[in-house]
Design a protein around this ligand. Structure first.
Ligand code: 16G
Ligand code: ZN
Length: 528
């Protein structure tokens, strides 16, 4: 194929380090930034092929989320803002690992296997985070797009969820929203202002830890659109500290401690974004100085409670469900299922799994414990709700509830978890319900838990089933783990290989913090 001759030529400017093998993992490729130039160029090529096949715009985002600053990564975004289809993840891995002399063959194979018409036009939407390496790497993506004759729109510095939003806007002829950052700010802030118009009280200042990343930058841009309806105090805004260093949602969640640089007063609510703005966790410290974390499970519970109340009022026979992963605190699952009577589904770690499952319901709430999540409304549910808003024959109560649901739909970023959008939903709910962060936290009590990372020679020797909850290899590991778990009350533990770092992750929960810590430690010794 003639066009691939040119690809091979330009690829010489983006040489692959010999022997380097990478995998398109849970969230795309992640590696030390200096190893990624060839991957970026090749993902530009792949995005063009995917765009030709789908006849839609495809997104590419250059980010390594919560990883340290020297890392970087890349992820492709499918037409409606969703994660890349699984077969294409495999093509991505093959392409990234092909030595120069095989590049042409791999590309030709994809084109033939997928029957791609190379005469089709292609359009790619690009965005990047604030890492020092991101600009140069995104230029390598553009080289890949251009050499295959694709056009592109570079949004430059945007959060990952903003990029997902843009892709969805482009492919729905802007039915989802206007495809600009301003369009995003306007859509969300208008929905927030409408939703909180009748709130019983205006909440006090919220501290935001921006992880020294793109989320901080974008929140500052958005603030004027919120017309002082929400008072934010931004910390770790990137002007002095390092990205994700001692701050950000992952640091807070895993360490169960506040980020550095945030001045937290007693009982004041604070939240942390991660490095690309797609995760959020809340927290506060009480009078005794004890730190309380409100993670993705607490967020899912708060949002589900709010939606349940509105759904009961509109009475449209819409089915709601919650989707979690194995990391969800056992107390949250028990509360949602047994007290709220809402079905809970457990799926493998990684947003694509949760998103996919949540699409099965009229209203699917999904959150990972780490703070990544959103709410999906089916097309049919959305239509019914919007119809009720306009139906003059309905009671005022129904109509008001339908309006609140419609505003919630507009406020939530349905393409992917979004720290800014989630923060606005949470703040709206707290002010509508007149809840303090302490009242929210007391909906249920978390079981003490501990997460640990274990460095091993080859993490792939551990494989799991049952949504990551049981290890099937190496032989005997799960049996030993079961024996340990039985020694503690209210206990649960699992191990799984990380999809983003070269480590094995251990999770344990038990009746007391010291039991959770000991259990996690003993499980680590099994894998080490
Ligand atoms: C990525 C995933 C996140 C998952 C995490 C697990 C996306 C957009 N992000 O950050 O959902 O929780 O990986 O990481 O899918 P791990 O495999 O290293 O535990
Ligand atoms: Zn992230």
């Amino acid at each position: 194929m003639a066009c691939f001759e040119e690809v091979v030529k330009v690829s010489g400017k983006h040489p692959k380090p010999l022997g380097l093998v990478l995998q398109y993992g849970t969230a795309g490729f992640r590696e030390k930034a200096e190893q990624l130039d060839h991957v970026m160029f090749r993902m530009g090529l792949l995005a063009v092929l995917r765009s030709k096949l789908s006849k839609c715009s495809i997104g590419v985002v250059v980010t390594a989320s919560h990883n340290p600053e020297m890392d970087n990564g890349v992820k492709l975004v499918d037409p409606l803002g969703e994660m890349l289809a699984p077969a294409w993840e495999e093509y991505a891995t093959l392409l990234a690992n092909a030595e120069e002399q095989h590049l042409k063959t791999i590309l030709t194979n994809v084109v033939e296997k997928e029957s791609i018409n190379m005469q089709e036009a292609a359009h790619v939407i690009l965005g990047r985070d604030t890492r020092p390496s991101s600009l140069k790497l995104s230029q390598a993506v553009i080289d890949g797009i251009s050499v295959l004759g694709g056009s592109h729109q570079d949004y430059g510095l945007v959060t990952t969820p903003q990029l997902h939003y843009m892709v969805c806007c482009w492919n729905t002829q802007e039915q989802y929203g206007t495809a600009t950052v301003e369009g995003y700010y306007k859509k969300l802030s208008q929905a927030f202002i409408a939703l909180t118009a009748k709130a019983c009280c205006s909440p006090e200042q919220l501290n935001v830890d921006g992880a020294n990343g793109i989320g901080a930058l974008k929140l500052q841009e958005m603030e004027p659109y919120l017309q002082k309806k929400l008072i934010l105090k931004l910390y770790n805004n990137g002007t002095s500290g390092k990205l994700n260093h001692l701050c950000g949602a992952d640091y807070v969640k895993v360490g169960q401690k506040p980020p550095q640089g945030l001045d937290m007063k007693v009982n004041e609510r604070s939240c942390s974004f991660d490095g690309d703005g797609d995760r959020i966790v809340y927290y506060y410290a009480d009078k005794a100085g004890q730190f309380h974390l409100l993670d993705g499970d607490k967020i899912a519970t708060l949002i589900t409670t709010f939606l349940m109340e509105l759904l009961a009022k509109v009475d449209l026979d819409l089915q709601i469900a919650v989707v979690q992963t194995a990391y969800a605190n056992g107390s949250s699952t028990r509360y949602i299922e047994e007290v709220m009577k809402v079905p809970v589904h457990c799926v493998s770690t990684g947003v694509k799994h949760l998103h996919h499952k949540a699409q099965e319901f009229d209203v699917g709430v999904y959150f990972e414990a780490n703070g990544h999540g959103t709410v999906l409304f089916s097309k049919e549910a959305e239509k019914k709700i919007r119809r009720m808003v306009l139906d003059e024959k309905q009671s005022k109560e129904k109509c008001d509830a339908a309006k609140m649901l419609a505003n919630t739909i507009d406020l939530i970023n349905q393409t992917v978890g979004d720290a800014i959008s989630d923060m606005l939903i949470i703040e709206a709910i707290l002010s509508i319900k007149g809840f303090t962060v302490q009242q929210w936290n007391s909906i249920y009590t978390d079981l003490p838990n501990r997460q640990l990372k274990v460095k091993v020679v080859n993490r792939q020797v551990i494989s799991t089933v049952n949504a990551g909850r049981r290890a099937v290899t190496p032989p005997g590991l799960q049996e030993q783990l079961d024996i340990l778990v039985k020694k503690y009350k209210l206990s649960r533990a699992f191990v799984r290989p990380s999809g983003t770092e070269d480590v094995v992750r251990v999770y344990a929960e038990a009746d007391t913090q010291s039991n959770a810590d000991t259990l996690a430690h003993k499980v680590s010794c099994l894998v080490y």
